[in-house]
Design a protein around this ligand. Structure first.
Ligand SMILES: [Fe+2]
Length: 212
């Protein structure tokens, strides 16, 4: 019997309310959804550990083991991306990333202008489908690039660091806007952006050595 020390995640608490254009009702519903991802991540981890507990994955265990392992990408990213998302909004946030900030400097090195980066980020958010718009930093080059993430797990670039994370699943805005009004929600999201959180994420990377 192999004893595995399991990492059990606890849902983070976010002190988030009174946002511009995103209601407290939406946030409370969204926090509950997020907690579901934390729970599912823990459950998958436990079930995989149970299969491994006799030290092997039997032939008949392989289908269940495979499906549980495949679902890890969905649930883990569902958990982590929501933590980034709630963590980069605040009441009375918004405006633009401050001039002279490390984030803005990196954006201006990576795009013809800050405004074009913003147009790109907003346009990624308007893409049809279920997912996320994320501005990532490539720690190896210092470049910022915006990416569309399908569901939670398809399109994340290995080793890239999420700087600004925007949930564009309909549950993020359906209590406040109609499905076709996603652009209004995107405006609201940016009106609540916590640029100091983005800057902290930038700063955490500068000390990281690029391993590729
Ligand atoms: Fe969400």
């Amino acid at each position: 019997m192999i004893h595995m020390e399991l990492k059990i995640y606890k849902p983070q608490q976010f002190n988030l309310s009174n946002l511009t254009g995103i209601s407290d009702k939406t946030l409370e519903m969204h926090f509950k959804l997020y907690e579901g991802y934390v729970k599912a991540t823990n459950e998958l981890t436990e079930r995989i550990a149970a299969i491994l507990s006799d030290g092997k994955v039997d032939q008949e265990e392989m289908p269940a083991y495979s499906e549980l392992t495949r679902r890890l990408g969905f649930e883990y990213n569902g958990m982590v991306l929501h933590e980034y998302y709630f963590g980069n909004m605040k009441s009375r946030g918004g405006d633009d990333a401050p001039k002279g900030s490390a984030f803005r400097d990196a954006v201006e090195r990576s795009f013809p202008s800050y405004e074009i980066w913003r147009t790109d980020f907003v346009s990624v958010g308007k893409m049809r489908g279920v997912g996320w718009a994320i501005a990532f930093l490539d720690p190896a080059s210092g470049r910022v690039s915006n990416h569309w993430i399908e569901l939670h797990q398809t399109g994340n670039v290995a080793g890239f660091v999420p700087l600004l994370v925007m949930d564009v699943w309909e549950h993020a805005f359906l209590l406040d806007y109609k499905p076709a009004e996603r652009p209004k929600y995107i405006d609201a999201f940016l009106a609540n952006a916590d640029w100091s959180a983005v800057e902290r994420r930038m700063q955490s990377v500068t000390t990281m050595s690029a391993a590729r």
